[in-house]
Design a protein around this ligand. Structure first.
Ligand SMILES: [Zn+2]
Ligand SMILES: [Zn+2]
Length: 261
C-alpha cells in the first residue's frame, strides 16, 4: 500500500492511496487543476484515479470534486447526508452515474480495498474518517474531529499508518485574532482537535500498536509544524514513548510517498 498526503490544512485537503493496482483520493479540497498538478508531482496521472472518498462537505474537502468527477468520470463516494449538504454547484457537476452512497459505520469494498467510513464528531452534516485495509496493511485518516472517543481509538488501533488532526495550540487560538464565536466553534467537541488532545490520543494508540503517524490539518493561524511536532514529541517522551514516528503533512505540497507493508 502506498499513501501520500497531497495537501493538508484549512486551505485544502487531499490524500492519495494506492493498493493492489487501485488508486483513490481521500477528499479533493483544492481546485481540480491544483489536485491534478499535485498528483503529477508524485508521478500519478489523474485519469488513473478510480474513486474519490469524501469525509464531509466543507469546502476544504470538496472544492475540486465536482470538476474532477465530471471531467474524468471519477466515482465519488460519500454518505447521503454529505451529498445532500454539498453546494448545488458542486453536486450538479457530479454525473449521476458517478454517485456512490455508502452507509456510515459499515464496511464497503472498492476493488481490493476494504473501507470503513466511521463517524467523527464535527460540525458537518455527517462527517466520517476512513480506515482502509488492503494487502494486509491498514491506513486510517481522521481529521476534522472535535474530540476522540474510545470507538475512534478502536477503529484506528493497529493502523500501519495514521493521518490524524493536530489543528491548533489552545493558547495561540485563545490569544489570536479569531472572533469569539469561531474560537468557540473550533474548541467545541464538534470542532477541531488541538495538539494536546492529539498527543493524548497517540499515547493511547501507541498501546494499540500504532507507530507511524502523520499530523495533518494544522491551522495556519493557530499552530505551526514545529509547535505541533514539539508538543506531541514532548508528551510522548513524558509518557515514556520513544518509538513512535511522527511526521507533519505539508499545507500545499505532497509530503512523500509512504510505502506500507
Ligand atoms: Zn477541514
Ligand atoms: Zn470540516
Amino acid at each position: 500500500m502506498i499513501f501520500c498526503p497531497l495537501c493538508s490544512g484549512s486551505s485544502g485537503n487531499s490524500s492519495f492511496l494506492e493498493s493492489g493496482g487501485t488508486r483513490i483520493l481521500i477528499d479533493a479540497g483544492l481546485t481540480a487543476k491544483r489536485i491534478r498538478a499535485l498528483l503529477e508531482e508524485i508521478g500519478i496521472d489523474i485519469s488513473t484515479i478510480s474513486a474519490i472518498l469524501v469525509t464531509h462537505e466543507h469546502s476544504d474537502h470538496i472544492s475540486g470534486i465536482g470538476v474532477l468527477s465530471g471531467k474524468y468520470r471519477i466515482p465519488v463516494y460519500a454518505n447521503a447526508e454529505c451529498f445532500n449538504a454539498m453546494p448545488a454547484t458542486t453536486r450538479d457537476k457530479i454525473p449521476a452515474s458517478c454517485i456512490r452512497l455508502f452507509d456510515t459505520d459499515h464496511l464497503f469494498f472498492l476493488s481490493g480495498l476494504q473501507i470503513l467510513p466511521f463517524s467523527t464528531p464535527h460540525d458537518a452534516a455527517r462527517s466520517v474518517g476512513f480506515s482502509i485495509v488492503s494487502e494486509g496493511c491498514k491506513c486510517t485518516v481522521m481529521t476534522d474531529i472535535g474530540h476522540i472517543d474510545d470507538r475512534m481509538l478502536s477503529v484506528a488501533a493497529e493502523s500501519d499508518l495514521l493521518l490524524i488532526e493536530a489543528n491548533h495550540d489552545v493558547d495561540m487560538l485563545m490569544a489570536g485574532r479569531y472572533p469569539y464565536h469561531l474560537k468557540k466553534r473550533i474548541l467545541s467537541g464538534h470542532g477541531h482537535l488541538c495538539n494536546e488532545d492529539c498527543a493524548r490520543a497517540l499515547i493511547a494508540l501507541h498501546d494499540r500498536g500504532v507507530r507511524n503517524v502523520i499530523l495533518g490539518h494544522l491551522s495556519q493561524e493557530n499552530n505551526s509544524p514545529e509547535l505541533a511536532q514539539v508538543t506531541i514529541d514532548s508528551a510522548l517522551k513524558a509518557a515514556g514513548i520513544s518509538d513512535m514516528n511522527i511526521m507533519v503533512a505539508n499545507r500545499d505540497h505532497p509530503l512523500g510517498m509512504f510505502s506500507i507493508s
